[in-house]
Each structure stands twice: as C-alpha cells, then as structure tokens.
Design a protein. Structure first.
Length: 180
C-alpha cells in the first residue's frame, strides 16, 4: 500500500513522494530497463543505470499520470523507457543519414527485434496499432515492454486472462505483418 500511496501523492504534485518512491522501486526499474536493453539494444552501449536515470528525469520533469496501482506505474515507466530508446535511435539515425544501410527485419521471435532503424520501425508500427486499437497497443506495452505476465496485465486492465491472451496473439500477428 505504501507504493500506491506514494504514487497518489506524487500525482498530486508532492515531489518528495516521488523522491521517496524511486528508491523503493529502483531495483525493479533496473530489471525493466535490462529487459528493454536485452530486447531492443543488445548491441548498443547504453547501460541499464543510464536508462533508469533518464526515465526518472523524464518522469520527475513532468506531472506524473494518475497511477491506479504498482503495475500501472511500471507500465508508465516502461513507456517512458521506450520513448528514451526511441529518441536515442532517432538521434543515431539522424547522425548516420548519409550512410544508411537497409536490412530486412527478421521474423519476430519475441517482439525483440530492434537494432537501430528496426527499433524505429517497431515504434512506428506500435503507434499505428495504438491509433487503430488502443487496447492491443496497451497490452503489447504491458506484456512485452513492462514485462507483465498475461495474468498481471489482465488484472491491471480488469479483463479476463483468456481475453488478454487472445488480444496479445492478434496484436503480435498484426505487428509481424506490419514489420514484414
């Protein structure tokens, strides 16, 4: 309950609550960052600590959205980390515009495709999915980016587990089709 209380206080503008919250969830944020880096940036040089700190700066630099619970907070943190990685990929892409090498995107093993331009393609596909079907996009973020199990995602969204599994399968198939 302490984390949920701190989240509510941080949402209400209590900066001390956010400063108290971060040490409580820091280890879990590092695990989340590590998952992002293993999937999206296996060959990149960014460290998990840097990703966590950058995400913290972005969270602290803007009003914290209203978080219903711990899982919802980690979903938001995962989205912020994804944005950090997308911004970094765009920055590197801008630096290499004149030396662009096209490479086909391989079969998605676990939605963990992404190296450089491929990560940008995945992000753009997720944006299109969000425009067409916000639920499927949210489930992809919760499951693949926030690392929630289907049961945890179902609980977070107050949905039956079988519905979450079905929607995730459909969303993953849609993404694979978009990225081919």
């Amino acid at each position: 309950m302490e984390i949920t209380d701190l989240l509510r206080r941080a949402h209400d503008g209590d900066s001390a609550a956010l400063e108290t919250l971060i040490p409580l969830v820091y280890d879990e944020l590092k695990v989340l960052a590590s998952k992002h880096l293993q999937r999206e940036y296996a060959r990149e040089s960014i460290q998990t600590t840097i990703l966590v700190h950058e995400a913290y700066l972005r969270l602290a630099g803007s009003p914290l959205p209203d978080c219903e619970n711990r899982a919802h907070f980690f979903s938001i943190a995962a989205r912020v980390m994804r944005r950090v990685l997308v911004d970094m990929a765009r920055s590197r892409h801008a630096e290499k515009r004149d030396v662009r090498v096209e490479s086909p995107i391989a079969e998605l093993a676990d939605l963990g495709v992404a190296q450089g331009d491929q990560f940008l393609a995945l992000d753009e596909a997720l944006e299109r999915l969000a425009a067409q079907n916000p639920l499927k996009s949210q489930l992809i973020e919760l499951h693949y980016f926030a690392g929630l199990s289907t049961e945890e995602a179902a609980e977070t969204l107050s949905m039956p587990v079988y519905t979450v599994r079905r929607e995730l399968r459909l969303a993953r198939a849609w993404l694979q089709n978009e990225l081919r």
